[in-house]
Unconditional design. Structure first.
Lengths: 445, 445
């Protein structure tokens, strides 16, 4: 009855909605979504990884209202305002060499702006041969044409091949489950193989794109910080830019303000989105170095201007919220909090794995844990079955294929993790007849 | 002092800001921006064409607050809510055959989603040869890689060539100044030449993209409705999709709710943004036909799902505002109002042309009028000089090169037009020594 037949939902096979109707949301608060039927369920993946301070944060609402009383948005070419200045000061204090901010709307747009700046810089530098982008296997940088071209989506991007440009994809990434893995600190065993893949492009690459430390849509994969460090060094040596897409990892998700900090490196371009406004609205930023900015800085007649004109660049409501997000992160020490929460999440996911025997490769960093279903029956959509059962049991837990993951707000109460553990055990147990009774028991814990 | 050195503004040569500091906005209301120095100036282009109901509309603010009290945003895969259902019902009532809505963040993303749907449909239809996009000369569809590939930006896109795909650009567009031009109703004289350009692609094109009736960034150019009608007929005959990018033209700008209505046609895909929320935030929509949607509707295992996953798809705050925008448009009959306002704008721009003798090709439709500076000195940036002078005189009038245009909120008072006329005369007169006294006189009118 509630289900509108005229909506085409994102990332969905709409036929699935015949048998599993969309959840009718009426309210949301903290980690919880309230449904029209009165039920409250956990938003276990922070609404596609963006609601890093949870829903309805009172300070963020207050920041929105305060700005809404002054102005909501004014063209950001040739204008400025206190809020965007304050936000820019905060953002450019995140990393010593990232001193300039360009604002955009969504994450993929931020990635494309960084890519365009890199390529445009080559023209100004008279290095026209440098036009290749390098990306990592399992990379995801968004789904507009440019962002998709540098993503490693396999079959999913196949229908769009006619629009995509060729990208170099580096494989043999040194993945780890945890920061205590030996590979985390030393990926020597992998590096030779990786460098071999990079070297042919040393003179023709303009930039390497990475999701630092944690790859999201590609399956919540964590890789060695030493790898990122070496990648940065290699890029610097060969004058290749490093673009860090921290749209998912940034603003505390991995237990550091920026995931790049794990490797102690700074990229040439840094992209922020999602958690930047704690998912209040589409608002993104590209940070870059003064040396890049300076290339474009010249008399108008020289034709070096970067003319990208995003209607909502510098959006005042978004800026007001982002400023408050950064203030809260700082005041409430939420990076440290993410580490504590994450430790409990990791232990709890291990408990789910032990209890069900259906999970492998439990991995975690900051406030993210993931594990893969040991599929006995590849003809079944096990992740989707877990998703449906979890909703029944009280959590919106939307797996990536057969990868189950939790990505709670950084300020979630520890008790939410315990609740989620029970629900996840119950949902997984329902797949396996012999586990059903144990699963039911766990729910009551 | 106020100017932040760490911001890289959009669509700007930052060196220009040395001599012309960004305007420091503190408030905005209706058609006016209030600066830190206490001055109020007219937002003559509705902040890049998005603030179609002006700044700080009380009903839109109320809609924002009401939704902000419930929830700001929840992942839109597998969820729904009353507001998005209500908005979708309104949007799918705009045109009889556009019965499905997919939501996105910004305008270029909406354009790229329509393009991806078109190309993906070809794969499902087993028409792999249909992969070419056709666009019009002077087209502008956005600046992400896909949107830029189908835009006709000339030199501006040159630095990004390595990322762009080839598009067919149709020239000899039958431009008009006004709906009373003969060409408006009959473009027979142009059609043969146009059809000749289209025909080679009849079997290999997937879609034609148009900004219906009014091309924006390409220079505020108006074209024959008969041309759009014929283009639609040609596309249907050859099974080519028509993508209407109404991001700027939609929601009343041209005096019709949708610019396509001027030609009495319906596209296969319709993209809305900007005015959809009256520029309150980045929020866009792609409407399409049931027949397109049905192609993707099948069992999950068939692999036909459209998996584009925009984090902020179906954004609840944006939906609440967009719903209210559509309600206001209807209740206050703002399309009719745009026609009345536009008539006064057109007469007033003609007066500017007469008074200054510096404008040619005065043109207008709905609440948009434009004219080109008769440049006597191509080495000067005349449009930029007019812009600077206009700010002094009281209007943020940001020309496109040497094209001066007004694009006021649809609900602007007639008096604002009169004020703008005086300012524009004064700004243009300042370029030409002999006109300065007359210009000064006009300002006092």
């Amino acid at each position: 009855m509630r289900y509108s037949k005229n909506i085409w939902h994102p990332c969905s096979q709409m036929k699935d909605y015949e048998t599993f109707k969309p959840l009718h949301i009426v309210r949301a608060s903290g980690c919880y979504l309230e449904l029209a039927n009165g039920k409250k369920i956990i938003d276990a993946t922070s609404s596609w990884w963006c609601k890093s301070l949870g829903h309805q944060h009172p300070r963020l609402k207050a920041a929105l209202l305060q700005q809404a009383d002054r102005f909501e948005h004014v063209i950001f070419a040739n204008t400025t305002n206190d809020k965007i200045i304050a936000l820019s000061n905060k953002l450019t204090s995140l990393m010593p060499s990232l001193k300039k901010v360009f604002y955009a709307g969504d994450g993929s747009c931020a990635v494309e702006i960084a890519m365009k700046m890199s390529l445009h810089a080559r023209k100004i530098l008279q290095e026209p041969q440098r036009k290749k982008f390098i990306t990592l296997s399992n990379a995801y940088h968004g789904e507009t044409v440019g962002a998709m071209s540098v993503s490693d989506l396999g079959l999913y991007s196949e229908p769009y091949t006619a629009m995509l440009f060729d990208t170099v994809v580096i494989s043999s990434i040194p993945y780890v489950s945890h920061q205590n893995a030996a590979l985390w600190s030393n990926c020597d065993a992998y590096w030779e193989q990786i460098e071999k893949q990079l070297l042919p492009w040393a003179e023709t690459a303009t930039a390497i794109l990475v999701e630092p430390i944690l790859q999201g849509a590609g399956g919540m994969k964590i890789y060695s910080q030493d790898f990122l460090k070496r990648l940065r060094a290699w890029a610097s040596l060969h004058h290749v830019h490093l673009i860090a897409d921290e749209i998912m990892t940034g603003i505390g998700r991995t237990g550091k303000m920026l995931a790049c900090e794990h490797a102690g490196i700074e990229p040439d371009f840094l992209c922020l989105g999602k958690g930047l406004t704690s998912g209040w609205m589409s608002f993104s930023a590209v940070l870059t170095m003064e040396t890049i900015y300076d290339l474009f800085y010249d008399d108008y007649e020289t034709g070096k201007s970067f003319l990208h004109s995003h209607t909502f660049s510098g959006h005042a409501l978004g800026a007001a919220i982002a400023f408050e997000v950064l203030a809260i992160m700082e005041e409430e020490k939420l990076c440290e909090r993410a580490v504590l929460l994450g430790a409990h999440m990791y232990e709890s996911m291990l408990a789910v794995a032990n209890e069900t025997g259906q999970l492998t490769n439990v991995r975690g960093i900051g406030a993210m844990v993931a594990a893969d279903l040991v599929s006995a029956d590849p003809s079944r959509r096990l992740g989707y079955e877990v998703f449906q059962k979890a909703v029944d049991l009280g959590a919106l837990l939307r797996p990536l294929g057969n990868t189950i993951y939790w990505l709670l707000p950084l300020n979630a109460e520890m008790g939410v993790v315990d609740e989620l553990r029970g629900i996840t055990i119950g949902a997984i147990a329902s797949l396996v007849p012999s586990l059903r009774r144990r699963g039911a028991r766990s729910e009551q814990e």
